[in-house]
Ligand binder design. Structure first.
Ligand code: ATP
Ligand code: MG
Length: 416
């Protein structure tokens, strides 16, 4: 058999998993302290969920979804992003009825059919947070701050926060109209997809990566110029809190984000260290999404962060040293020594990694294993334990010592 793997997916091998643990543990710790709880939603959902939520004119839905039919002919899709599943869970479980403010986080794989390159894969992982039930601008600030705090906890540098506001159902129609008029002048240049978007959702053209469109975006109308008073005030309040907290940021009037549900605040955290794939975090407010799915009017907001890109950054900035505890190998002479060997191993495992040899094998073979496993120390459990004596060998220096078995608790002082 020719072993292979589909394009854009990858193994996370054991020398990589410590980075994943670090990121996941840091996220869990921090988010729990901000009173978020973890949610785990299914990897696949009904396709309709994403068409309705993420938006049928977005790149994600038009080009990037892994959609398939199950054996009963139902259309299912591997989730390309986390928010729609969280909102579906909120509605199906009627969480709104008992929990007026709901704060959750998730960590898991997402799937998008994109052109794979460094920092861009077809299966990738996001961690994200969602807050449902708060419309005040302080919470917009809080989630931006939470994303920044998370990245700072990991000691990341060269980050830039970009913020914009996309307005609401009140002010969006005028902006949409202005955009439509603007891009209509260039109808002939627009690709068939963007021509369709011109009719259905001109905002999406601003998200186009088409070379011919990029220069046109320069003079396109900007959402900030169309905000109603409420949206303007909300935006100013968010920026106020950012200033209040001394967080640096940049207003990016052209930032629209690739999902349809955003209203008001949108933001991205980018880095100057990752080349083209420079977005690490993306997020924003979605005050109409719950209603779009048929639920009660509920404001919401959140962000998602790409774990692979974060790991690329961590490695590049070389801040994090991943260390495992020293490895102790216990060589066991005879079957009758097993019980004692297990007791010793158990007490050592509080501070060390412990590997067991086997009384089935000669001491010589056991020592070969110890070497192959790259052990730091070997402890010999043999007839010496009948006199409460253990021999310890530092496998790197060859130095040997004998200690009393009751001193095992202090072993770390003896050995290290
Ligand atoms: P990009 O502009 O780079 O395509 P995006 O706006 O599509 O990003 P979001 O949907 O906002 O990304 O997802 C949030 C984060 O998830 C991104 O900032 C990025 O770190 C990560 N991400 C998105 N798509 C991928 C992918 N295909 N491979 C790896 N990470 C990704
Ligand atoms: Mg994308």
């Amino acid at each position: 058999m020719n072993l292979g793997i589909p394009r854009g997916v990858q193994d996370i091998l054991p020398d990589e998993t410590p980075f994943w643990h670090l990121i996941e543990n840091t996220a869990r710790n921090l988010f729990e302290k901000y009173n978020y709880e973890e949610i785990r939603t299914p990897i696949f959902e009904f396709t309709e969920l994403f068409i309705k939520g993420t938006g049928e004119t977005t790149d994600i839905v038009m080009k990037e979804m892994y959609t398939f039919q199950d054996k009963k002919g139902r259309s299912l899709t591997l989730r390309p992003e986390g928010t729609p599943g969280v909102i579906r869970a909120y509605l199906m479980n009627k969480i709104y009825a008992t929990t007026p403010i709901w704060k959750v986080y998730y960590i898991g794989p997402m799937f998008r059919y994109e052109r794979p390159q460094a920092g861009r894969y077809r299966q990738f992982h996001q961690l994200g947070v969602e807050v449902l039930g708060r419309k005040d601008p302080y919470i917009d600030f809080e989630i931006i701050n939470l994303a920044i705090e998370f990245l700072k906890t990991l000691e990341l540098e060269n980050l830039e926060v970009e913020i914009n506001s996309l307005g609401c159902t009140k002010c969006r129609p005028a902006y949409r109209e202005a955009l439509k008029n603007y891009f209509s002048q260039y109808k002939d240049i627009l690709s068939p997809i963007d021509q369709e978007r011109l009719e259905r959702n001109p905002l999406r053209i601003l998200d186009s990566k088409d070379e011919k469109i990029i220069p046109l975006k320069e003079n396109a109308p900007q959402p900030l110029d169309f905000l109603c008073d409420d949206c303007k005030n909300h935006f100013e309040r968010v920026l106020n809190y950012m200033n209040e907290a001394d967080l640096s940021f940049k207003i990016s009037p052209k930032l629209v984000r690739g999902l349809d549900y955003y209203t008001r605040t949108v933001f991205e955290i980018t880095t100057t260290s990752l080349g083209a794939q420079n977005a690490v975090v993306g997020g924003g407010r979605y005050d109409n999404l719950v209603e779009t799915y048929g639920g009660p009017s509920t404001p919401g907001l959140g962000f998602a962060l790409g774990i692979e890109r974060l790991i690329l950054l961590l490695k590049q900035q070389n801040k994090i040293k991943i260390e495992r505890p020293p490895l102790i190998f216990i060589a066991i002479e005879k079957e009758k020594h097993v019980k004692k060997a297990m007791e010793i191993a158990k007490s050592l495992r509080t501070n060390y990694r412990v590997e067991m040899g086997s009384p089935e094998e000669s001491l010589r073979t056991q020592l070969k294993w110890a070497d192959k496993l790259n052990s730091d120390y070997v402890i010999f459990v043999n007839q010496g334990i009948e006199n409460n004596i253990l021999k310890i060998k530092n496998f790197k220096t060859g130095e040997e010592k004998e200690i009393k078995i009751e001193d095992i608790k202090e072993l770390q002082h003896v050995v290290l």
